[in-house]
Design a protein around this ligand. Sequence first.
Ligand SMILES: Cc1ncc(COP(=O)(O)O)c(C=O)c1O
Length: 374
Amino acid sequence: MRIEVAKPYLDEQEQKAVADVVASGWISQGPKVAEFEKIFADYVGAQYSVATTSCTTALHAALAVSGIGPGDEVIVPSLSFIATANSVVHCGATSVFVDINPETCNMDINKIEAALTKKTKAIMPVHQMGLPVDIDSINAIAQKHNLIVIEDAACAIGSEYKGKRIGGHGNTACFSFHPRKVITTGEGGMITTNNSEVAERLRRFRHHGMSVSDLERHTSQKIIIESYPEIGYNYRMTDMQAAMGIVQMKKLPDILRIRRAIAGKYNNAFSKISCLRVPEVPEYVQHNYQSYWVELLDNAPVNRNELMQRLLEKGISSRRGVMAIHREPCYSRHNAILLLTERITENTIILPLYPSMADDEVRHVIDNVRNILC
Ligand SMILES: Cc1ncc(COP(=O)(O)O)c(C=O)c1O
């Protein structure tokens, strides 16, 4: 038996949708992207959404149109994928790392204010592995200090905070459609916002700063001569990707139901193993379990890497827990000391979880983890 850590949930529906776009002749950003954006915005409860090539480009665009630039500081967790901090650097600004709450693996709200300086312009919380951060508390700090909030919601499609889906809380939020995420378009990203001016600027930013879209020009009965009011990038999603995304959105309720059911089985089994700690889910959130992690405690008979190796020998892929960005060579000059981030990055393991995972595969993972640790 070979069990991957993640698998996209694709079938002939996505194949047909992409083939139909190819047959239509309009393969770059066009009507399918517009349709995907509308479906996504309605789903999360935001007024606008803007598709991009990835979450990384979405974060860069969102920061840039919010005016973040050289000399500015942005508060981010170090326990995240490196793209979170890189997107700040792409704007010429500086990432300031804050430690986490080890219960949730999200940024510790109580440590944000100590990290603020006169240069701080924004807070970029991450809904790590799909578990929502305490958005109300972050928004309250931001309001008090006049800061922008841009949510890194790469992993959080379908997760809810206080009964509302992530992306619908009034901030700008950025999502990823990489194949390891909850739904996929191969590569791709989406920005949601309730601010019409931000949405308009994002549409220009992803399209070379051009004043009109290709679709507008194509469908106009009158000639349109475009202009370039500001510098932009090519961050456009293709219609082939968007067609795949539209099919994936239809599957999303099933995907979430299955992910939560498998996570429930894992929680049930692993909470009985004394050397493991399972994820803590605050009662006001709904987790999408984009990734499922456990922490190995001091009484474990093997360390995290040994556990990963022993699982691999049984045909089970796993991944180390989320990285600590401040420990990577390209961020080492920050000299940050973040003890909880370091503990979690060293002792957590991400286990297989994907919607097409069969019951006997789930059982195989549970049995092997138990055999190695008990
Ligand atoms: C928290 C977080 N932010 C940003 C990204 C970057 O997403 P993308 O691969 O779509 O650029 C990822 C991807 O793993 C992520 O986990």
